[in-house]
Design a protein. Structure first.
Lengths: 736, 261
């Protein structure tokens, strides 16, 4: 039996483990702060919004304690404040508190829009807080209607305020303010009449907008902005629901929550058009709005008021992005709360719930702050605005797009994730959406076109919550890398095909000279320039020619990393040795100069004597060895004063025949006597000329620039072939 | 031989453990029938259980009378027909105060069909405008409303322009002062006849409240004790009796009686 103990124990443990429910590793939420805003007398339907670390609360307030609303009030405070601070009136709001409510919403750059009803004036008004100056605009009329109530607002981007309101026994209305064009859209309406309870509106970062409302026959409904109207989707049966909250995430997915008129809070996620997956979210009798918020990281937050154990408290819970369950709700300590609204800050790290507190008289705003989910503290780095290749430099400008979770500081490192111990930033630095970041020399030294350099950045918020490491890569092009040729334009070393530059191409007409010569000589005031980019990641851009290292002519465009052309040399070009410079630039602004020395020699050399013989190869009679003896040439070309020889074949002894085909051949050796091996007697001849008999070989000496000696100095040698034999190639026998 | 005799034993134990484990899985993981309601997605923190609503209090001896003008124990929903429910401030139709009879009590359930909480002043009136000297008494139990009151000698058809005596009494948990206000409303304009800052009623327990009008004398009793009293030199002549609260729900009434001395 002892031998059975181990396997049986293991089996039992496996079975037991299968029965243990998974834990999701969520840390839960808790009430962090709660207070009653003392100067919010007679509040109804208070509103809350947040941007980064700032929380804005809006409400109609009876400033004279008359019991009726007198002002649209705003409070702003830090997300961790212990009091709301001073209130600020953004305009008059006159009338019964239930019908003179204020809504606030924030935009992507911190702009705040407020919309409120002033029921005695039968109008909805709007005001905008400029994110730079912090100044609220004077109130602007949104609409005048029979009984406009329950305004709500959402901001798309930073310049479009979607303002909705309801009436009595009528349709929900939407009007859009465009801050950029300073204009209003037409009024859009739902196709369903509304029940008189406050709706909700949310905008996602992708520009999607959803409106949660209650239909006249008490159904939870979501109206989705289509770009030119509202498309309403019904989520429940009639007589069943009220106070629909709505949210939309960055991908455009919609979420909704509502309270059942029986009991319970319900939650739904939109699967497709008119298809929602819903479930009971919580028990208890809900009171007022059920709020749902999806933060940038995808964490879903819900805030609501429910009657539990005989008390009306505010509750908050969240489902962390990537998790499948909601954490146990946390509650306010205050009771007798109604009509809550919810916002999150610092990427969802904090949730702010406001509600009417009816335990005080007259009722005031109850504010509660809860610990939210693990925030997504992040931003998308873009080196040099997202350019793939940039000039190598000791610093780069990095922009951080779409910052989430209110990043406050940052740490970075090149080519590896930073740690507090190892980084290139000198520890944590303050965060900015545009940051100049140093590039260590070692990074530049290691950079190449084939190996991008990657900047790894980690952000954290003011609460020291650290986000994931984000990165962006860039290729540092640290210089022009090109293969450059600057030679005799008649050199055979140059390509025969030029890159397109016909209008700038120098005169290259036949001038009686040879089509080859020493690369460092030229008989024209021109030079051949060949440029080929070699692993040039920025791409070669221009080339300019000059005579010094500092002065160049008009740059010419290089396309496809290739330049091949003959160009006139600028400036004075005296006979003799000359310096020629070019400056090459690449696409990211690197530049590099190259230079060469080339000798201008337009002068014809003179011939002082010499001879040569042609000896046929017995194994291939058409090949000959040309033996030159004591060739004397006078020229500036150094050494023996000639570079090579111009050769032509003929079947007649007429060296001035213009039909001759002349081939330049560099003379081997360094002395005045030399041998050119394997000269083919058939080169340049027509097929009809090929037969046994006498062959004439003409030779005309050339200087370095390809200038030939005068025609009178043409030497001649003869070969008499009794038979024509050709070179043979003996291939190896292949045996399978 | 020893080895072969152990093998069946080991196999039996293994099979036994697997069967028991599988049974455990079935019992713990399988839904208990197709009709089972899925658990809500979120749970609440632990709170003390909802207080139990005890039995209605008996009428104090001082309020007992054989001359009953009206009484109702709200035995069923037909009891609602005897009452007129009015909002004493302007409301839109969807936010009109809502009243129900449930569990043998008259319950204020908020406003409108959606039962939203509203700060409307809500009244339930009964009787005739000819009623003059009488006492209206009720038992009430407040869960979270915080405000209870009674009305006497109510006259008028437009709630915001009517005339009546009214006592408003606040919960001890309600942060408001004064706690008791006895007022005279004439054509919708209120004048305080008497008030007290110290008293109030404790929530989540039964109380009896009575408002008596005798000629120029107006008196309020809570649980048989006089709270406030006033003498009106220009008394309202007569009118209906009524109950008062806010339309935020969370309060119920029972054993309402209107008696004469």
């Amino acid at each position: 039996m002892r031998r059975l103990f181990l396997p049986l124990t293991l089996l039992a443990l496996i079975v037991l483990a299968l029965q243990i429910h998974p834990s999701y590793g969520q840390s839960g939420t808790q009430l962090l702060q709660e207070f009653t805003i003392g100067d919010s007398n007679s509040t109804k339907f208070p509103s809350v919004a947040a941007h980064n670390q700032t929380v804005y609360i809006g409400s109609g307030v009876s400033a004279n304690n008359s019991g009726e609303t007198t002002d649209a009030m705003i409070w702003s405070m830090n997300e961790q404040a212990t009091s709301a601070g001073s209130r600020f009136s953004i305009g008059s709001a006159l009338g019964k508190t239930d019908y003179s409510s204020v809504a606030v919403a924030t935009g992507s750059d911190g702009v705040v829009f407020a919309a409120w009803s002033s029921i005695n004036e039968r109008r909805i008004f709007m005001s905008r807080r400029d994110p730079s100056s912090g100044v609220w605009s004077t109130r602007q009329e949104v609409t005048a209607a029979d009984f406009p109530i329950f305004p709500q607002v959402a901001v798309v981007g930073n310049n479009q305020a979607f303002i909705i309101w309801q009436g009595v026994n009528t349709y929900l209305s939407l009007k859009i303010w465009n801050q950029t064009t300073n204009s209003w859209s037409p009024v859009y309406n739902t196709t369903q009449k509304t029940y008189s309870t406050a709706p909700a509106i949310r905008a996602g970062s992708g520009g999607h907008v959803g409106i949660g409302f209650t239909t006249k026959d008490l159904q939870a409904a979501v109206a989705i902005w289509t770009g030119n109207g509202l498309s309403t989707e019904i989520l429940t049966s009639a007589g069943n629901a009220a106070d629909t909250g709505v949210a939309v995430d960055s991908t455009g997915k919609f979420y909704a929550a509502w309270r059942s008129l029986g009991s319970g809070i319900f939650y739904a996620e939109r699967q497709a058009a008119n298809s929602w997956a819903s479930a009971q979210f919580a028990t208890g009798s809900g009171k007022g709005a059920v709020n749902v918020v999806v933060d940038a990281g995808g964490t879903v937050h819900l805030g609501w008021i429910s009657e539990i154990s005989g008390s009306l408290r505010g509750y908050y819970s969240y489902r962390q992005s990537g998790q499948s369950s909601f954490v146990t709700a946390a509650a306010t300590s205050a009771t007798v709360l109604f009509n809550s609204r919810l916002a999150v800050s610092s990427g969802g790290a904090y949730a702010h719930l406001v509600a009417e507190n009816f335990a005080v008289g007259p009722q005031k705003i109850e504010y509660a702050r809860f610990r939210g989910g693990t925030p997504l503290v992040t931003a998308t780095p873009k080196i040099a605005g997202g350019t793939e290749v940039i000039k190598g430099a000791t610093s780069v400008s990095v922009t951080f797009e779409n910052p989430q979770g209110s990043p406050a500081s940052m740490i970075w490192r090149w080519n590896a994730a930073p740690t507090e111990a190892v980084n290139d930033s000198g520890g944590w630095q303050s965060f900015a959406t545009t940051k100049t970041i140093n590039v260590p020399t070692a990074v530049l030294d290691a950079a190449s076109c084939l190996k991008p350099s990657t900047l790894y950045v980690q952000l954290r918020n003011a609460s020291q919550v650290t986000g994931l490491v984000v990165s962006d890569s860039v290729i540092f092009d640290t210089g022009v890398t090109a293969f450059v040729t600057m030679i005799n334009p008649y050199s055979m070393d140059r390509p025969t095909t030029f890159t397109p530059l016909a209008n700038e191409l120098g005169d290259f007409s036949t001038d009686g000279g040879a089509s080859d010569g020493h690369p460092g000589y030229t008989r024209e005031q021109q030079i051949y320039i060949g440029i080929q980019g070699v692993n040039e990641c920025g791409g070669l851009k221009t080339v300019a020619i000059g005579r010094t290292s500092t002065s160049f002519g008009t740059p010419m465009t290089i396309t496809n990393n290739l330049f091949s052309n003959v160009q006139p040399v600028p400036g004075t070009f005296p006979v003799g040795s000359n310096q020629v410079w070019i400056k090459v630039t690449d696409g990211v602004g690197n530049e590099k100069t190259y230079n060469t020395t080339i000798t201008y020699d337009p002068n014809i050399p003179s011939f002082g004597g010499g001879s040569f013989t042609a000896t046929s190869n017995p194994n291939a009679t058409i090949l000959t060895a040309l033996n030159f003896s004591n060739v004397l040439v006078t020229d500036d070309y150094p050494g023996r004063h000639f570079w090579g020889v111009w050769l032509a074949n003929s079947r007649t002894n007429n060296p001035t025949n213009t039909a001759l085909v002349w081939y330049p051949v560099e003379a081997p050796g360094t002395t005045n006597s030399f041998t050119i091996q394997n000269w083919s007697l058939l080169g340049g001849l027509k097929a009809s000329d090929i037969s046994t008999g006498t062959y004439y070989v003409f030779a005309r000496m050339l200087d370095g620039a390809g200038n030939p000696v005068p025609e009178a100095a043409i030497m001649v040698a003869t070969v008499n072939l009794s038979e024509l034999t050709y070179p043979k190639i003996h291939l190896p026998i292949v045996v399978r | 031989m020893k080895r072969s005799s152990r093998f069946p034993l080991m196999m039996s134990l293994v099979v036994g453990v697997l069967v028991l484990g599988g049974l455990g899985l079935v019992l713990t993981q399988t839904p208990q029938g197709a009709a089972q309601t899925p658990a809500p997605l979120v749970t609440y923190p632990d709170f003390p259980p909802t207080p139990t609503v005890g039995p209605n209090p008996t009428a104090p001896a001082g309020l007992a009378s054989s001359n009953v003008l009206f009484q109702s124990a709200f035995a069923d929903t037909r009891a609602l027909a005897e009452w007129q429910f009015v909002d004493q401030t302007y409301v839109i139709a969807d936010l009109a105060a809502a009243w129900e009879v449930a569990n043998g009590r008259l319950v204020q359930v908020g406003s409108g069909a959606a039962r939203n909480p509203s700060s409307n002043e809500a009244a339930a009136l009964v009787g005739a405008e000819t009623w003059r000297d009488y006492t209206i008494r009720t038992s009430f139990y407040d869960e979270y409303n915080g405000v209870v009151g009674l009305i006497a000698r109510y006259q008028g058809t437009e709630p915001t322009q009517s005339s009546y005596y009214r006592v408003r009494l606040f919960s001890t948990e309600h942060q408001v002062s004064p706690k008791v206000v006895l007022e005279k409303v004439v054509d919708g304009v209120s004048t305080t006849l008497a008030e007290t800052k110290t008293a109030g009623f404790s929530p989540r327990t039964w109380h009896t409240l009575a408002l008596s009008v005798q000629g120029a004398n107006v008196q309020v009793q809570l649980d048989g004790q006089v709270l406030v009293a006033a003498q009106d030199t220009n008394p309202l002549p007569n009118g209906r009796a009524g109950l008062f609260t806010y339309a935020i729900g969370g309060i119920f009434f029972d054993d309402v009686a209107v008696t004469t001395p």
